[in-house]
Design a binder for this molecule. Structure first.
Ligand code: NAP
Ligand code: GLV
Length: 320
């Protein structure tokens, strides 16, 4: 008898087809609506393998009912939607999709930085709404990217890829990690800084650390107060790393100049969220890795991990 695979979101048939040869595949039939919690709990009771996306919360409650579960493959590099420790203690393998999305997410991070610096969305809206009445000496002005300092909090795979782009744009780069990367410093001429120093010295602060108990609320009131009044905060990592209430206050009172967010504490962000009332913020619906090529590559890694598991081989990209 084949093991059961539950897929929490509708995936393209060409990706799923090879899995049908080794698994009894059951799949939530929607690309846009997340699998409801009660369905997830019911399906997990019989599944040997589970294919999740970041909106699926795989916590202790799910794992408790999932007595047959042996592997979870997550279609993301971030895996904070899964209680990895609880999975590990139950002997369940968890895999993710690093590397294949690095350059695509770095492109988006840099695009969001540029869009926020020059308020591209605000300018486009002004044009479309008939508010472009003449060329104004100080109309639609933003801040320079060239010659400015970018502070990257989380100089990992994506951080490094953004740093290379920043160097091409004539930026100085500071970074903060728990550990220094001397090789990267030597190769690209970026500089390590403690978080306080990075916040105080950067014109752009880009958040790219994973979400964890340690990084939850990493950027709060005190950290925002350390930033320059002219500075811009960009978060492409996870909502919750930046305290949204503190960010709202800092933007409203102009303690910082602007922010660009691809991620929110609650996703989709509620349309009545206070942050959405502010003019000095550029917002995106969590699209860091969203190109067809990259999303298919992420699915491909998940598919390979599932095929390997079913054949008794070692699945790729296991997280610990
Ligand atoms: P990565 O290679 O693991 O890089 C993360 C970096 O953060 C590492 O260099 C790590 O260095 C540093 N770090 C971890 N904890 C830290 C802490 N407490 N304080 C300071 N630095 C810390 O991961 P990645 O592939 O670049 O991805 C980063 C994150 O981006 C993912 O976890 C995900 O949440 C997010 N992401 C978002 C999107 C999107 O669509 N918006 C797409 C892809 C990824 P040390 O260990 O030395 O501290
Ligand atoms: C997306 O947010 C990811 O972690 O891949």
């Amino acid at each position: 008898m084949k093991p059961t695979l539950y897929i929490c979101r509708e995936m393209p048939e060409e990706i799923v087809a090879p899995l049908r040869e080794l698994y009894e595949v059951d799949m939530w039939q929607s690309t846009t609506v997340a699998v409801p919690r009660d369905v997830l709990l019911e399906k997990c009771a019989t599944a040997t393998a589970l294919w999740t996306v970041i909106s699926d919360q795989i916590d202790d409650e799910v794992l408790q009912v999932a007595s047959k579960l042996k592997i979870i493959v997550n279609m993301a590099v971030g895996y904070n939607n899964i209680d990895v420790e609880a999975a590990r203690t139950r002997g369940i393998i968890v895999t993710n999709t690093p590397d294949v999305l690095t350059e695509t997410t770095a492109d988006l991070a840099f695009a969001l930085l540029m869009a926020t610096a020059r308020d591209l969305i605000g300018a486009e809206n002004a044009l479309r709404e008939g508010r472009w009445t003449s060329w104004e000496p100080l109309g639609f002005t933003g801040v320079d990217i060239y010659g400015s300092t970018l502070g990257i909090v989380g100089m990992g795979r994506i951080g490094e890829a953004v740093m290379r782009r920043a160097k091409g744009f004539g930026m100085d780069v500071l970074y903060h990690n728990r550990s220094r990367k001397h090789g990267v410093e030597d190769m690209y001429g970026c500089t390590y800084a403690e978080l306080e120093e990075l916040l105080a010295s950067s014109d752009f602060v880009l958040i790219l650390v994973p979400y964890s108990a340690e990084t939850k609320g990493l950027i709060g009131k005190d950290e925002l107060e350390r930033m320059k009044e002219t500075a811009i905060l960009i978060n492409v990592a996870r909502g919750g790393i930046v305290d949204e209430n503190a960010l709202f206050d800092a933007l409203r009172t102009k303690k910082i100049h602007a922010a660009g967010l691809d991620v929110f504490e609650t996703e989709p962000v509620p349309l009545d969220h206070p942050l959405l009332t502010l003019p000095n913020i550029t917002v995106l619906p969590h699209i860091g890795s969203a190109t067809v090529k990259t999303r298919l590559a992420m699915m491909g890694l998940n598919q390979k991990a599932l095929l390997a598991f079913a054949k008794g081989e070692e699945p790729n990209h296991q997280v610990t």
